[in-house]
Design a protein around this ligand. Structure first.
Ligand code: F6P
Length: 530
């Protein structure tokens, strides 16, 4: 298929469109009676089980989705990503987060250069530095051990590391290795977030890690200046060298800020912010908290899925199947949202992280060639751990809108529930339910979901889960033929915010009136200034 052709113009897309009418005639109740179908819709890899038999789909649907994958050159697009081609064409960059967790002897090229040795150089530096801090051979300005870490960053420089940190809380090895240490995350520009983060911390025993790919993000830089002041006013300006380190692709700005470049941990422009948790962005703060050996297991888990995605036939390829069914639900069945429902409290930050990975990646309105899409791409992701979600928004899922659900269960923890099956008026009448309540208590059922079962929640499995979601989002983008690796909408938001900030400053300092905005914005800004 020529890359400029819209996927919706292909025969394979049109066939699936026509097939929707067949599926609308089916009901999950009946589909689930077919054991051969259910058996075919279960896939296992490296301890992870995917059951997609609760999708509104027949085996014919699956075959048609594979044909769509072929029409969209999915295999070739995955290969192009691993080969370091500049598939992020609007930013002219490779997309190589898979290189961040590749084994030391792997060869992954970007612009003719094997990037794996550079990745391991930084990993080795993190290992050495985190061991020095954890053992007390690197101490603070007053000679005290640094037991607490505040990681400053926002968006991709925050959500992924926070997800992994939260998820690791039930890993006994991680619990043991982090005893007596604290890791906190400072993201929001709201001063309350600073206050909340430094409450109870002593600058003498605190290490601050400034995490920013660009080292220009307004919120992060303001918070970094605030904590630099917190340290230097307590311990003197020279203490900054011992108490502040950085993670960035922009080492020039790191130095300008006053952090010794020797204490900076690099990553590269071929790592997208929302795909950066396996770079120093996540590995440094997490290694300081848990020790490098635990985090290395997390990287290995992600790497196992990277190999699976690349080499497994689509019939048994977990992220590919998940991605194809997301496209089926969004673009063909017309369900715009997806609920992420892990049955483990330790996965409470999975949905917030995947919200960024998915919605910043696939929330696009044009194809990769800039052609407006005649269909909607992307999906609205939200979620909460069960059983909290059950007492919040499940009512809407049971009897209101149809929202495909991801149930994530951990064998060694709670078991996931399934969406309530069908309850018919006839059943209710038999149970002598009063007639005025029958309509209210009826469940039409037929609500699609997938179940992902993890053997346990250790560092390795958390790495696998992260990589499954990252690749699923990429698969969706490859099928829709959009660029899942740029974020021009967010960039526009940043430049609008800069304009507003400039106007507010000019109004405050030079008493100029607010200009250049429409009536509504001008009124709101004027009101704010008053
Ligand atoms: O929120 C938009 C974004 O550009 C994300 O893509 C990125 O993860 C985040 O800002 C933070 O950017 P930086 O790491 O450069 O501070």
């Amino acid at each position: 298929m020529a890359s400029s052709k819209l996927i919706s113009d292909t025969e394979q897309w049109k066939e699936l469109k026509a097939h929707v009418a067949d599926i609308k005639k089916t009901h999950l109740r009946d589909l689930l009676c077919d054991d051969a179908r259910s058996r075919a819709m279960m896939v296992e890899f490296d301890g992870i089980l995917l059951d997609y038999s609760r999708q509104q789909a027949t085996l014919e649907t699956v075959g048609k989705l594979f044909k769509l994958a072929e029409a969209s050159s999915l295999k070739q697009k995955i290969d192009r990503m691993y080969n370091g081609d500049h598939i992020n064409s609007t930013e002219n960059r490779s997309v190589l987060h898979v290189a961040l967790r590749a084994p030391r002897d792997a060869v992954i090229q970007s612009d003719g250069k094997n990037v794996v040795p550079e990745v391991w150089k930084v990993l080795d530096k993190i290992k050495e530095f985190s061991e020095r801090v954890r053992s007390g051979s690197w101490v603070g300005a007053t000679g005290k051990q640094l037991k607490d870490v505040v990681a400053i960053g926002i968006g991709g420089s925050f959500l992924g590391p926070l997800f992994v940190h939260t998820a690791l809380q039930t890993d006994p090895e991680a619990a043991e290795s982090s005893r007596g240490r604290q890791l906190r995350f400072l993201a929001n520009v709201d001063p309350i977030d600073v206050a909340r983060n430094i409450t109870g911390l002593n600058p003498e025993t605190t290490l601050v890690v400034v995490v920013s790919k660009t080292f220009t993000t307004a919120e992060t830089m303001l918070n970094a200046r605030t904590l630099r002041e917190w340290i230097s006013s307590a311990l003197g300006p020279s203490a900054v060298a011992k108490h502040m380190v950085a993670v960035s692709t922009n080492l020039t700005l790191v130095e300008k800020f006053g952090i010794d470049p020797n204490n900076a941990f690099a990553f590269w422009d071929w790592v997208g912010g929302r795909y950066s948790v396996c770079s120093a962005v996540g590995v440094l703060p997490l290694s300081l908290q848990y020790g490098f050996p635990v985090i290395e297991k997390f990287l290995k888990g992600a790497s196992s899925i990277d190999q699976h995605v690349r080499s497994e036939p689509f019939e048994r390829n977990i992220p590919v199947l998940l991605g194809l069914f997301s496209v089926w639900n969004v673009s063909f069945l017309g369900y715009p949202a997806r609920a992420i429902l892990p049955y483990s409290q330790a996965l409470e930050k999975l949905a917030p992280h995947i919200q960024q990975v998915s919605m910043e990646s696939n929330g696009k309105g044009v194809s990769i060639d800039g052609v407006p899409l005649p269909f909607e791409a992307g999906e609205i992701d939200f979620g909460e751990p069960g059983t909290n979600g059950q007492h919040s928004f499940y009512q809407l899922i049971h009897q209101g809108r149809v929202i495909p659900c991801d149930f994530i269960g951990v064998v060694k923890s709670q078991q996931p529930v399934y969406l309530k099956g069908e309850v018919t008026p006839e059943q209710l009448q038999k149970e002598n339910v009063p007639s005025h309540l029958v309509a209210h208590k009826t469940f039409t059922g037929n609500r699609p979901s997938v179940s992902i079962l993890l053997p346990s929640l250790n560092a390795y499995n958390i790495g696998q889960l992260l990589a499954i979601y990252e690749h699923r989002v990429a698969v969706q983008g490859f099928i829709w033929n959009i660029n899942s690796f740029d974020q021009w909408g967010v960039e526009l938001g940043k430049s609008l915010a800069t304009q507003v900030r400039k106007q507010l400053n000019a109004s405050r300092t030079k008493k100029e009136s607010i200009q250049g905005f429409n009536f509504s914005t001008t009124s709101l800004l004027t009101r704010y200034l008053q």
